[in-house]
Design a protein around this ligand. Structure first.
Ligand code: DAT
Ligand code: MG
Length: 148
């Protein structure tokens, strides 16, 4: 089953959006496989966003991610990477549709509340980076009520 890495950014934690965000993934039917509240350092944030290191906003992005605790999660389910991105909404909240997390809860691109992996390959890399200790092994008893 597919897995994705989802992170509630420091603004999402500070703004008490943790329960709201987790609820959206839970209610959809996805399964929580990893969860922790962590504050990361610059080097770690730079590794997470390594692909963006040449961007003019890279420094501000790293400062933002290290500015407080984040909630790091692994969610599992059919098509969870692409569907997770839809639940999150467009990168720039000015363009995120209402009903998405960013569309409902964010205004500026540099305070867009949440991260989600953009492909199965990056999800695998991000899960390995954020959860080197591994993730929970369990199967939801709701499985056959959610999947046919
Ligand atoms: P996403 O988080 O939707 O995957 P991304 O990977 O392209 O978007 O960029 C990572 C984060 O960097 C994004 O959530 C917010 C910030 N960012 C992206 N483009 C930006 C821009 N043009 N100006 C300022 N911040 C930007
Ligand atoms: Mg991205």
């Amino acid at each position: 089953m597919e897995q994705t890495f989802i992170m509630i950014k420091p603004d999402g934690v500070q703004r008490n959006l943790v329960g709201e965000i987790i609820g959206r993934f839970e209610k959809k039917g996805f399964t929580l496989k990893g969860l922790k509240l962590v504050t990361v350092d610059r080097a770690f944030a730079e590794r997470h966003y390594a692909d963006l290191c040449a961007k003019p906003f890279f420094n501000g992005l790293v400062e933002y991610i290290v500015s407080g605790p984040v909630v790091a999660m692994v969610w599992e389910g059919k098509n969870v990477v692409a569907t997770g991105r839809k639940i999150i909404g467009a990168t720039n909240p000015a363009e995120s549709a209402p009903g998405t997390i960013r569309g409902d809860h964010a205004i500026d691109i540099g305070r867009n509340v949440i991260h989600g992996s953009d492909a199965v390959e990056s999800a695998t890399k991000e899960i390995a980076l954020w959860f080197p200790e591994g993730i929970a092994e369990w199967k939801s008893s709701l499985h056959h009520w959610i999947y046919e």
